[in-house]
Design a protein around this ligand. Structure first.
Ligand code: HEC
Length: 297
């Protein structure tokens, strides 16, 4: 290659690389846009988080709720409360009801949106029916919990200074992929505990600090049902929990998970599970792993 040709290639090769990169970007732009929205909250997408350890701020914001059902889904869908005032960083439990007014079981999927859109980045959902495809039996009516908190950083963002109300809106659509839907009957008051679901919740919301068979940030939990509180060998408990004089019955576990630091003042577990169906399933899982294994010792 002569000097002239080599010079040309030095220009052409980088140009081709740039063009290829642009093509890839365009081809994947819907995916990239979705990832970008999820990461930044841009477009009113809210954040999904697994548990809340954010500090609670004295500042408050009003959160109000909006619900819609798209044509083609014979459901009634409403928030139980119109609005709540929340402290930034404080986990809050609210409810929505859904009723299938039709004669056939039907699967719906809820999309959500936060306005003003820019506040979406601060809106964190821990528990929501909108994470799944949801099946309602004919004429079944359920009360669905949503647990969320507004990030304390909302209070320090100059762009949010004029925002006094955040609106959380949901629209239920008839599902396009009903095969893997979850049954909304799990939200009925008399629903049977689901240890398998409890295991999945444990993996999401407890396993960062707890294992079944060894102490981590929190004590080991195998055998916890029926065990005196503060008694796992080799774990450094708070004095409060060690001296609480409690035995972990399923009722006490339910109260602990609702609010550990209110149940045992001075205890050092920072996590709460506000909604009853999640607590019920997690406790069912703990109970299952606390039963002596057949044939084992
Ligand atoms: C951020 C870490 C963290 C997470 C997440 C966490 N825990 Fe804990 N947990 C702790 C700590 C720390 C203690 C010890 C508390 C003390 O000594 O006051 C504890 C104690 C407990 C105890 C008492 C055990 C005993 O031996 O007395 C139970 C039961 C428990 N956790 C269940 C759970 C469950 C169920 C979850 C999931 C929903 C969970 N924890 C999530 C940190 C955590």
């Amino acid at each position: 290659m002569n000097v002239q040709a080599r010079k040309h290639w030095k220009v052409i090769v980088p140009c081709l690389v740039v063009i290829a990169a642009m093509c890839v970007t365009v081809a994947y732009s819907p995916t990239l846009y979705r990832m970008f929205c999820a990461a930044t909250g841009y477009g009113g997408t809210t954040q999904r988080v697994l548990s809340d350890t954010a500090a609670i701020s004295p500042k408050t914001v009003l959160v109000d709720f909006d619900s819609n059902v798209a044509p083609g889904l014979p459901w009634r869908f409403e928030p139980v409360q119109r609005e709540v005032t929340v402290h930034l960083g404080e986990q809050t439990l609210v409810y929505f009801t859904a009723e299938n007014t039709g004669d056939e079981a039907m699967v719906g999927h809820a999309t959500f949106n936060v306005t003003p859109q820019a506040s979406g980045i601060y809106f964190n959902k821990i528990q929501c029916f909108c994470f799944n495809e949801e099946r309602l039996e004919p004429h079944e009516k359920v009360k669905m919990p949503v647990v969320f908190y507004v990030d304390p950083a909302f209070g320090n963002d100059p762009d949010m200074r004029s925002v006094s109300t955040i609106t959380l809106g949901y629209t239920f659509f008839r599902s396009a992929k009903p095969a893997n839907a979850k049954d909304m009957s799990r939200f009925l008051a008399n629903a049977a505990p689901d240890a398998a679901h409890g295991q999945a919740l444990f993996a999401e919301r407890c396993a960062s600090c707890h294992a079944l068979d060894r102490n981590k940030i929190g004590p080991m939990l195998e055998g916890v049902v029926g065990r005196p509180a503060g008694s796992a060998a080799g774990y450094d408990y708070s004095a409060a929990l060690k001296n609480a004089g409690l035995v972990w019955s399923t009722d006490n576990l339910d109260r602990w998970l609702t609010n550990p630091r209110a149940f045992v003042p001075g205890a050092k577990m920072p996590v709460r599970v506000l909604d009853e169906p999640s607590r019920r399933d997690i406790v069912a899982y703990l109970q299952k792993v606390s039963q002596p294994r057949a044939g084992g010792s």
